[in-house]
Structure formats: C-alpha cells, structure tokens
Design a protein around this ligand. Structure first.
Ligand SMILES: CC(C)(COP(=O)(O)OP(=O)(O)OC[C@H]1O[C@@H](n2cnc3c(N)ncnc32)[C@H](O)[C@@H]1OP(=O)(O)O)[C@@H](O)C(=O)NCCC(=O)NCCS
Length: 151
C-alpha cells in the first residue's frame, strides 16, 4: 500500500464505482488539495485498490479532527482478497500520525459489512438514496481515539 496521486485513481474509481460510465465525474473538488490523502495498492504493476481521504467537518462528533473517506474501491476480480481491509489499515495508520481522531463516510449499504469488519459504526437512521449513484447509503464513522465519556 502506498500514497499515490489522485489522477492514478480515476480509472479504478470510474470502473468500480460508476459502472465505467465515461460521462460521470470521478473527481472530488478537494482531490488536488495538499491536505488530501490518496492511497492505492498494487498487484504487480496494476492498481487494484483505492481510497481517498479529505479533512472534513463531520456530521457526528464535530469536535474531533476528522477526515472523510471517498472512492473506496477494490477491482472486481480481486474483491474479497483483503486489499480493501489492508488499504484502510494503512490509511488509518497514516491518518493517526497526522493527528486524525475520526474518519467518516457515506457508505454504500452493500458495503456496510466490509466497514463493520474494519471497526466502523453506522449512524442509526441515516440511510438515504444517493442522487449520484441512485444506491442506498448510510452514514458511517470510526473513532480513532477512545471516547472519554463512554462507559
Ligand atoms: C466493498 C469493497 C471496497 C471491499 O473491499 P475488498 O477488498 O473486497 O474487501 P476485503 O477483502 O479487504 O474484506 C475485508 C473484510 O470485509 C468483508 N467484506 C468485504 N466485502 C463485504 C461486503 N460487501 N459485505 C460484507 N462483508 C464484506 C470480508 O469478508 C472481510 O472480512 P474478514 O476481515 O472478517 O475476513 C469492495 O468489495 C468494492 O470495491 N466493492 C464495490 C464498490 C463499493 O461498494 N465500494 C464502497 C463504496 S462506499
């Protein structure tokens, strides 16, 4: 796993997350900002997994230093082999070093099991239909620091 330039992720983002539709955008306005972090994983010389993180004011625990995850994707033929979990673990370690206290995302409902396996929680009652993809999503987050008010 490694840090990559966001341009390297466009093809994977489009194929896995936008049904390879050449018409739809696969960039986030924050992609090129120096505070954004883009991660990729290679199998041989082929990029097979991507995840991008942007500093963000989150919809939960807004006092925590937080990054938003977008464009989490593993190429179709290597899904279920651990690439997604590994890129998240690598990104989390890097984000913690930068002082991140929480990460959040609009997670596809079809991927919620993946996020749960990586220690994420869902915001109850937050399910909505994405206008961009027409797919059901739920707001999810993971605290990277312990909650001092928790029992
Ligand atoms: C969701 C996705 C990113 C997961 O990546 P992956 O590389 O296939 O996942 P991994 O192989 O690292 O799986 C890690 C864990 O999550 C579980 N998992 C993976 N996908 C899952 C799913 N869709 N539902 C339930 N559990 C899932 C695995 O069983 C594994 O569990 P384990 O650690 O207990 O063995 C990938 O399948 C994908 O790109 N899907 C299509 C695009 C998408 O939905 N992206 C997320 C947008 S929010």
């Amino acid at each position: 796993m490694e840090r990559v330039h966001s341009r390297k992720l466009h093809d994977l983002r489009r194929r896995v997350l936008r049904a390879d539709n050449p018409e739809v955008p696969v960039v986030d306005p924050r992609d090129e900002q120096p505070t954004s972090l883009h991660f990729g994983g290679l199998e041989g010389s082929r990029l097979v997994v991507s995840a991008s993180f942007y500093p963000s004011t989150p919809p939960m625990n807004p006092w925590l230093a937080t990054y938003q995850l977008r464009y989490m994707a593993t190429d179709f033929d290597v899904q279920g082999l651990g690439y997604g979990g590994r890129v998240l673990a690598f990104a989390e370690a890097e984000l913690r070093r930068l002082g991140a206290e929480q990460i959040w995302a609009n997670g596809r409902d079809s991927a919620l099991g993946f996020y749960r396996a990586s220690g994420w929680s869902i915001v109850e009652g937050s399910q909505y239909q994405s206008l961009e993809t027409n797919l059901p999503h739920t707001v999810i987050f993971k605290r990277l620091v312990s909650d001092p008010t928790a029992a």
